[in-house]
Write a protein that binds this ligand. Structure first.
Ligand SMILES: [Zn+2]
Length: 230
């Protein structure tokens, strides 16, 4: 099931393309073998590369795709390339989902965790105005997963409406608390879209650690969760 460590510098599994970013980068996902039950998404925010690094290490360690878990390694490749939370149009892709609560207003992000949300970003011209959001929406509708696990950082909690077995397992592996609500409004977020469309959504907010520490501390336990038939 696992590749030798010496082989893990590169990917052996084949990604499929599901779209193109504003700057023309390919959007890739790694399909599951059977019907996708869980879709794991990292890199919606380009300033949160830790989750991408963690998933990349996990995918590179595998010698075959998982039965029921599919992956989007980097949902916002332009943001990761530019080092920005938003995409190349300055749109926060986690405020751009076509939900009833989507708002055209500006949205704000924090320069760092302790500071006020003062950096102005956009929620887009309309819900799913951005190619990255639209492509991911189409992919979710095509795969129709039972659960979505979106990886963010660094709020150090697990946010979901229900404390499902996956949530309990994540709490244990990451030593993080479960919260029913993130504590501030997130109009047009993927979580809001999931709630409206009856898809279970778990947001894993990684702790405030370096990507390298996160891989060291959680790769093994997180891989075991993903490999279980969820
Ligand atoms: Zn985030």
């Amino acid at each position: 099931m696992f590749r030798a460590i010496a082989e893990q510098g590169t990917f052996s599994l084949k990604f499929k393309r599901y779209g193109t970013s504003v700057l023309g980068a390919p959007l890739y996902y790694l399909p599951s073998v059977l019907k996708t039950e869980l879709l794991v998404i990292a890199g919606i925010h380009g300033e949160e590369a830790e989750g991408v690094f963690l998933l990349s290490r996990i995918i590179r360690s595998l010698n075959q795709p998982l039965e029921k878990t599919a992956f989007v390694l980097a949902a916002n490749p332009d943001g990761l390339f530019l080092g920005t939370r938003a995409n190349a149009n300055g749109v926060d892709l986690n405020r751009n989902w076509p939900t009833k609560n989507w708002k055209k207003d500006k949205c704000f992000s924090r320069p760092y965790l302790e500071s006020k949300p003062e950096i102005e970003l956009s929620a887009g011209k309309s819900g799913a105005s951005e190619p990255e959001t639209k492509a991911l929406l189409d992919l979710i509708q095509k795969l129709s997963p039972k659960q979505i696990l979106a990886i963010h950082s660094p709020l150090a909690c697990i946010d979901s409406l229900k404390r499902t077995p996956v949530v309990l397992a994540l709490e244990k592996v990451f030593s993080l608390p479960w919260v029913e609500d993130i504590g501030y409004p997130t109009p047009g977020s993927l979580g809001s879209w999931c709630k409206e469309n009856k898809v279970e959504c778990i947001t894993l907010e990684l702790p405030r650690q370096s990507g390298e520490e996160i891989v060291r501390d959680y790769q093994k336990g997180f891989t075991e969760i993903l490999m279980n038939d969820i």
